[in-house]
Design a protein around this ligand. Structure first.
Ligand code: ATP
Length: 595
């Protein structure tokens, strides 16, 4: 549970975000709207920098990834195929007396202790991966919860005989619910209803008639558009498997418990990559075997990589990305989901967690999702999602009969498992799986996918929490005072350099400072500030996370002699060290430091 110190730190961070224009509550003048946040001038720059760096790293710096920008509202069948219509839900319980709603995984079975009251308007659902360490936990006095949210949720689900990954039915029967849980509302004593799923997708209607025929959903993730456009991208981009499609964009989830500031919002942004690879059987047919991962980064991608190597590679690449924008490895944790936590189609999932002040929580998930997604869209749309692989066809023809049978059997079994788990009857599933294996022998398959899926807003929050520091700095007269500083990595800092004329009532200083501003502005974000004492101006930029400050003073004008003429003071935010730099060298010096 969050202690006073971490709560205090979080409160200070939240208040700095508002005070300095990073993040505001959406619709604040009308009292706000729960789970929605706006980014102010500094927040908007920070967010843009982070998304641009992600795009540069994932798309522009690579040969094997291309981009996509799809619509937010798509054909509703997409969400049927993906499983979101049927299973994207959290379990919710309601008090019939006061109408308050609780997320079922936050009501402890047996004791009936309620961890979080949602208020009458709340609702939400999904598996234990969504359980949080409640920031505002409600517990009986003197009895802090001993179990973590995840442990509690596991017990809850196992008591209901539900695997977190398994889709649950329409409603958990009252009988089942009562047999494991006899709790009542902590405020009014009303007996809580049976747990029932609440779908997280926002519904809307397309066209003028608001009926079931015209229902559409705001996308709860960006990934599905990538799958739906897979064939178009493949055909137009001159890519071939293995390759990836990346997308950055808004996603919407009607979370029951939006909380921890922007951490769990109802409208947020995602940065997702779907990286399509050959099935392992194809790699084995071509290269004899698949490479096995060792410890650490596996290095440059190799043609004999199967899903395990690609998965490990993306986990390591993503951690490197976080390090490159200023989140040290020590602030991150990898959580490898246990086999019983995995969805039936997933081979492995790793959550990259960040140590937030309110608990260690997910920033990004990297999942090896087999060929599930494209297979689903093939079944639901009736359009082939398969690719033809010439190399595989040629290699297969050279295999001996034993090897052919072994690989075909393995492939067919995997397809059979997918088909039966997805609701296809046993007999047609067996027939189709056999045909799929015959297809493999001819060089055809549905690509498998590795999905690194990150949340922009969570990352922004992590970066702000990580950057927040309080230390001592000298004031005008040299005596120490405390300062708040955001130690952003220069790459992501909203403003890269602030330009200060020492005095604003000296036209020569002002005009020189403006010349410096105009010199730098085409190359980086600059902020010109001539208001108040220089120490105050430094402090304001420290709080904004600006890594460099340039002061134009009388030395710049050559008043103390020609050797310092046309030089400025360059101040570094974290060390507060100052050096004298020639204006003619300033661009190069700053660009080196910003790299
Ligand atoms: P959680 O368990 O925390 O709800 P999730 O496992 O449902 O997350 P995914 O569906 O894997 O999340 O989404 C990928 C990423 O999108 C998450 O790692 C997170 O960074 C971001 N994300 C998901 N839901 C939200 C949300 N409600 N608010 C902000 N970011 C979110």
């Amino acid at each position: 549970m969050a202690d006073a110190k971490t709560t205090d730190r979080m409160e200070k961070t939240v208040s700095l975000c508002k005070r300095r224009g990073f993040i505001f509550q959406s619709s604040e003048i009308y009292g706000g709207i729960n789970g929605f946040w706006d980014y102010g001038p500094l927040g908007a720059e920070l967010k843009r920098n982070v998304k641009d760096l992600w795009w540069r790293t994932m798309v522009h710096d690579r040969e094997d990834v291309v981009g996509l920008e799809a619509t937010i509202i798509m054909h509703p069948q997409i969400w049927k195929a993906s499983g979101h219509v049927d299973t994207f839900a959290d379990l919710m319980r309601e008090c019939p007396v006061c109408k308050k709603r609780y997320r079922a995984d936050q009501v402890e079975p047996r004791s009936g202790r309620v961890y979080k009251c949602l208020g009458a308007a709340g609702t939400d659902a999904k598996g234990p991966s969504r359980i949080e360490f409640p920031f505002e936990t409600i517990v009986p006095k003197g009895k802090p919860p001993i179990e973590s949210g995840k442990e509690r949720a596991k017990k809850f689900y196992s008591a209901l005989k539900l695997s977190a990954a398994e889709p649950f039915g329409e409603t958990i029967s009252e009988e089942v619910s009562n047999s494991v849980d006899f709790c009542s509302d902590p405020t009014c004593g009303g007996k809580l209803s049976a747990a029932r799923p609440f779908n997280l997708m926002f519904k809307t209607y397309v066209g003028p008639v608001a009926d079931e025929e015209n229902v559409a959903y705001l996308r709860p993730e960006t990934a599905q558009a990538i799958f739906a456009q897979f064939k178009n991208v493949l055909e137009t981009s001159r890519q071939k498997v293995p390759f990836g499609i990346a997308q950055v964009g808004k996603a919407f989830r009607n979370e029951v418990t939006p909380r921890n500031f922007t951490f769990r919002s109802r409208e947020f942004e995602q940065m997702e990559l779907e990286f399509f690879i050959r099935p392992d059987e194809a790699i084995e047919a071509i290269y004899g075997s698949v490479a096995k991962p060792g410890i650490g980064h596996p290095g440059e991608p190799q043609p004999n990589w199967g899903w395990e190597m690609w998965h490990k590679y993306w986990v390591e690449e993503r951690v490197r990305f976080y390090e490159s924008i200023g989140l040290p490895r020590t602030t991150l944790e990898e959580y490898w989901q246990k086999p019983e936590e995995l969805a039936h189609y997933a081979r492995a999932t790793v959550d990259i967690l960040f140590k937030f002040p309110f608990g260690t929580q997910e920033l990004e998930g990297i999942a090896a999702r087999s060929d599930f997604d494209l297979s689903q869209h093939e079944r639901f749309s009736g359009n082939s999602m398969g690719v033809f692989d010439d190399e595989l066809r040629a290699a297969w023809a050279k295999l001996d009969e034993g090897r052919k049978k072994e690989l075909a059997d393995r492939y067919s079994q995997a397809r059979y498992k997918y088909l039966t788990k997805s609701g296809v009857a046993l007999e047609p599933a067996a027939k189709e799986a056999k045909e799929d294996a015959e297809g493999l022998a001819k060089g055809q398959y549905i690509p498998h996918v590795i999905e690194p899926s990150a949340g922009v807003d969570r990352l922004i929050l992590a970066l702000i929490c990580n950057a927040y520091a309080e230390d001592q700095a000298p004031d005008e007269k040299g005596s120490m005072e405390s300062r708040v500083v955001l130690r952003f990595h220069p790459r992501i800092a909203p403003i890269k350099v602030a330009i200060f004329p020492l005095l604003k009532n000296r036209p020569e200083l002002v005009s020189k400072a403006k010349q410096v501003r105009d010199l730098l502005r085409p190359l980086m974000t600059v902020f010109y500030d001539d208001g108040g004492a220089i120490g105050r101006r430094y402090r304001r930029q420290d709080e904004a996370g600006t890594p460099f400050g340039v002061t134009v003073d009388f030395d710049t004008l050559g008043e103390k002699g020609p050797e310092l003429q046309d030089t400025v003071t360059l101040r570094e935010r974290d060390s507060m060290k100052q050096e004298r730099v020639k204006i003619s060298e300033l661009t190069r010096v700053l660009q080196e430091k910003l790299r």
